[in-house]
Write a protein that binds this ligand. Structure first.
Ligand SMILES: C[S@@+](CC[C@H](N)C(=O)[O-])C[C@H]1O[C@@H](n2cnc3c(N)ncnc32)[C@H](O)[C@@H]1O
Length: 244
């Protein structure tokens, strides 16, 4: 009998688990640290695989937030996005990225949907506190374009009602910029039945191990999502993926 079979026969994993629970060994484990290290390792592995097959700047020691605009421009040009797309942005705040997309996509049939509390983050996120990144409790004003609409409130309150009315077979660009794990996973999960081959998902903070990356990783595994990474800038901080 092999060693692994013997361990299973003696029910060692289950006995060890019992000892762990009874002695409350969780008190000795730095859970957050282990969690962070495990996800950092998964992200590092993910980057090492995908950097070979997509356009990216890894490893770039200088972070420049403006690089995300060059990523957007590449996506629009290479994938003919100046057409009748639906653009959905989750995390709009003052509307800097939202406005960029409304300005660039000229097609009159394109539609732009923005979701946000506009009162800021619903939870702490790293050095940012709950309520940071708000926009004075109101959506930004984009007065010169009637193709857009904003949905104010938690995604957890606004997205289901929106989707119950949302009927489209248009190509979609989904921009995930909520930063936090819970919001990202919630949106990707609810959007899953609507996401089709050819849709593009942009992430604004992809390489944060316990937030957008963790949510993306769990979502792709749980929903058997096939995807191709198109571009990454700022060491995959901003990342564009194509659904296949
Ligand atoms: C980084 S800001 C968005 C920045 C914007 N996309 C830009 O580049 O100009 C993140 C936003 O996500 C929003 N957000 C995070 N979690 C949310 C949730 N569960 N429901 C609604 N809004 C959320 C916050 O209110 C915040 O305004």
């Amino acid at each position: 009998m092999s060693f692994s079979k013997l361990i299973i026969k003696l029910r060692l994993p289950s006995k060890l688990k019992g000892i762990f629970f009874v002695l409350r060994l969780d008190r000795l484990v730095p859970i957050h640290l282990f969690n962070l290290i495990a996800h950092m390792a998964q992200l590092s592995k993910w980057i090492s695989v995908h950097k070979k097959t997509c356009d990216n700047d890894f490893y770039n020691p200088i972070f420049n937030y403006k690089n995300r605009e060059s990523l957007y421009k590449r996506v629009v040009a290479d994938h003919n996005l100046d057409s009748n797309i639906d653009y959905l942005e989750f995390g709009v705040s003052a509307g800097i990225s939202f406005r960029w997309w409304v300005d660039q996509i000229k097609d009159s049939d394109a539609r732009f949907y923005g979701f946000d509390t506009f009162t800021g983050l619903p939870e702490d996120w790293g050095r940012f506190k709950k309520g940071d990144m708000g926009n004075n409790n109101k959506p930004p004003v984009i007065s010169d374009d009637s193709r857009h609409q904003f949905y104010q409130g938690l995604f957890q309150q606004t997205l289901l009602p929106f989707l119950s009315e949302y009927k489209t077979d248009k190509r979609k660009v989904i921009h995930m910029d909520a930063d936090i794990y819970s919001a990202t996973l919630y949106v990707l999960t609810l959007m899953s039945p609507f996401i089709k081959k050819g849709d593009i998902i942009l992430f604004d903070e992809f390489n944060v191990p316990l937030h957008e990356f963790k949510a993306f990783n769990e979502w792709t595994k749980s929903f058997y999502i096939n995807y191709k990474v198109l571009y990454g800038v700022n060491n995959f901080y901003q990342t564009a993926i194509l659904i296949q």
